[in-house]
Ligand binder design. Structure first.
Ligand code: ZN
Length: 348
């Protein structure tokens, strides 16, 4: 499969932050009378009581944060809305927006399935429910392919807050459902990375070495997320901006192992990691100089209100990259995609 000119691949997008607040709010109104699904009805009433106007809802979901942990709070609000019975509605609207407004040819959508099921279930039943969710998202994308032809795959996120048993179960699902899932990720607050370093390393090694899965990991996003020992087990790194800034000795290893950095510029402003685009310039330029691939991604385009072409445009406007470098990054996303089926077409 070839890409048409100006098409994009999105490698780092969280389901929890991908759906526009307006669509989520419309969903709450849509299900507030749904007596067939008391669980949906209950949460819709609870949220609409707490956020009686769209403006309050949007403000809560999009407010700037001082830290990554604070930033992730918005996902906790959205996750309970993305269950087996509702996720098709969300993914349909997401794909529509990605196709119409972003010109995406390829999308890897990531999420933690455990945060979208009843967490009181015993592990074996939880696994069945998580598989149902994965299958539902896959079926939704397949059903929408004719109208929104985006090559689509899923990345299942393990989480820094979850016990090893659950993270292993998530990796196990990725291994069993290879047609639906292309990789696993490690996400969640990085403030616990240091205290859980042994457990997190064993989860990643299990996924990569025992199950043979593709691995991308949220690492070196902030100064707390610096677990060097995980790097050799990654195919890609989510963010990694601290590496060129503070751990440049790792760059030759990234280049040698062809580990691509998934850079999500808007996130760093939202989490307070950086204050200006000027701080991103050395991140890109150092990686270019040492042959480390960068793919530009949105992370949470719905909550940021910034789609992928605009991420590129802002990097250009602020002279972080030039047009040639933009094209290199655009192609990198296809080259480092876990499931892109074909060639990458160059633009004239
Ligand atoms: Zn992320």
């Amino acid at each position: 499969m070839r890409t048409a000119p100006r098409q994009y691949a999105e490698l780092h997008l969280h389901l929890g932050g991908a759906v526009l607040p307006r669509i989520l709010y419309s969903y709450l109104h849509k299900v507030k009378f749904d007596r067939l699904h008391p669980d949906k009805l209950a949460i819709a009433h609870q949220y609409l009581k707490t956020y009686p106007t769209y403006e309050r809802w949007e403000k809560k979901l999009t407010k700037p944060s001082k830290t990554l942990t604070e930033y992730l709070e918005a996902h906790k609000i959205v996750e309970p809305l993305q269950t087996v019975s509702s996720v098709a509605y969300m993914v349909n609207r997401l794909l529509r927006g990605c196709y119409v407004f972003e010109n995406l040819a390829y999308l890897e959508l990531r999420y933690n399935p455990y945060f979208r099921i009843d967490r009181t279930l015993p592990t074996s039943q939880a696994v069945d429910k998580m598989k149902e969710l994965v299958a539902t998202i896959h079926a939704t994308a397949a059903a929408n392919f004719r109208e929104f032809p985006i090559v689509f795959s899923q990345i299942l996120c393990m989480d820094s807050r979850l016990p090893n048993e659950i993270n292993a179960a998530i990796a196990g699902i990725a291994s069993e459902m290879k047609a639906e899932v292309c990789a696993v990720d490690l996400a969640g607050p990085d403030t616990v990375y240091q205290e859980r370093r042994e457990e997190l390393l064993s989860s990643i090694k299990y996924a990569r070495e025992k199950l043979g899965l593709n691995v991308t990991t949220h690492l070196f996003e902030t100064t707390s997320g610096s677990l060097e020992e995980l790097v050799p087990y990654c195919d890609r790194i989510g963010h990694g901006i601290q590496i060129p800034l503070h751990y440049p000795h790792l760059l030759p290893l990234l280049a040698k192992n062809r580990i691509c950095l998934e850079i999500c510029p808007t996130t760093y402003f939202r989490t307070g990691s950086i204050q200006s685009y000027a701080e991103l310039r050395p991140v890109f330029q150092t990686c270019f100089d040492l042959g480390v691939a960068i793919a530009v991604c949105t992370d949470n385009s719905g909550l940021h209100g910034v789609r992928l072409p605009l991420e590129f445009e802002r990097l250009l406007t602020h002279k972080v990259i030039n047009f040639h470098e933009m094209e290199v990054c655009r192609e990198n996303a296809f080259r480092h995609a876990f499931r892109w089926p074909g060639l990458v077409e160059r633009r004239d």
